[in-house]
Write a protein that binds this ligand. Structure first.
Ligand code: BTN
Length: 264
């Protein structure tokens, strides 16, 4: 079935009650990457909270140098620009993951889980990914939270090698996903959790842990090209994932360079 509805900034804005996120909303039919567009706006600090959506990306990026592909008008492809008061990189990664998991799980229909650092899974299959990038202009730091949520995809829309490990909201639900609703919910949840992160970072950590697929599990992770095996015993909002190695040594792993390769 060809996609028929397109995202409309006015419809996303209608009734939106956010304080910071999505005060300005831009929707592109096609662009290279929404993260690149948000980076262009980062020069002006007044653009804090800007939300950039696209129906299609020609150079969508994922973590660790991977590409992020989606057929036109089937996903939420969105970047949020933060030019002020951004949590540190670790806490921002946890905050974004909690907000996206809650966006997907809002009606309580979908038990969305988080795989470190910020893959969102349903039924052990990836439904959303997050790429956080930062830029510095005139000594000021800006963060860009790039989010891709699979919404309308059928199994055949995913590349063959991803079909057994990826899913979409439509594949998980008997009814058709309303992307405008998901976009509104995403902005609302990000607004809420970013505010929470400033005042009560421990609440973000606590929620992240309840959604984690790793807590107390024995895992193998790759950090800067090296493998580490141990038990995940928690998360530190400054230092990252906390692993108790087999030697009993406790080591921290930052989100940006860590990937879990095995949940034993
Ligand atoms: C990952 O899981 O590897 C992260 C994927 C992030 C994809 C989103 S789509 C919107 C934004 N623009 C990009 O180029 N990437 C992010």
């Amino acid at each position: 079935m060809p996609p028929t509805e397109y995202l409309d900034p006015d419809k996303i804005k209608a009734g939106l009650e956010t304080k910071r996120i999505g005060k300005e909303i831009i929707v592109y039919k096609s662009t290279s990457s929404t993260n690149d567009i948000a980076a262009e706006y980062a020069k002006n600090p007044d653009n804090d909270g800007l939300a950039v959506f696209a129906e299609q990306q020609t150079k969508g990026r994922g973590r660790n140098g991977s590409t992020w592909q989606s057929p036109p008008a089937q996903s939420i492809l969105c970047s949020i620009l933060l030019t002020k008061d951004s949590p540190n990189a670790e806490l921002l990664s946890l905050t974004a993951a909690v907000a996206v998991a809650r966006t997907i799980d809002k009606p309580g229909q979908f038990p969305a889980k988080i795989k470190w650092p910020n893959d969102i899974l349903i039924d052990n299959k990836k439904i959303a990914g997050i790429l956080i990038e930062s830029k510095t202009f005139n000594g000021r730091n800006a963060s860009i939270i790039g989010i891709g949520i699979n919404c309308r995809q059928k199994k055949s829309d995913f590349p063959t090698q991803l079909r057994s490990i990826a899913t979409s909201i439509d594949l998980q639900s008997p009814s058709k996903c309303d992307r405008t609703l998901i976009a509104k919910r995403l902005l609302t949840e990000l607004d809420h959790w970013l505010e929470t992160a400033q005042a009560y970072p421990e609440k973000v950590v606590e929620t992240w842990l309840t959604l984690s697929t790793q807590l107390n599990s024995r895992i193998t992770l790759t950090y800067n090209g090296k493998n580490f095996i141990g038990r995940c015993i928690g998360i530190d909002p400054q230092k990252g994932l906390t692993l108790q190695l087999d030697s009993d040594l406790v080591k921290f792993f930052p989100a940006a360079h860590t990937t879990i390769t095995k949940n034993h």
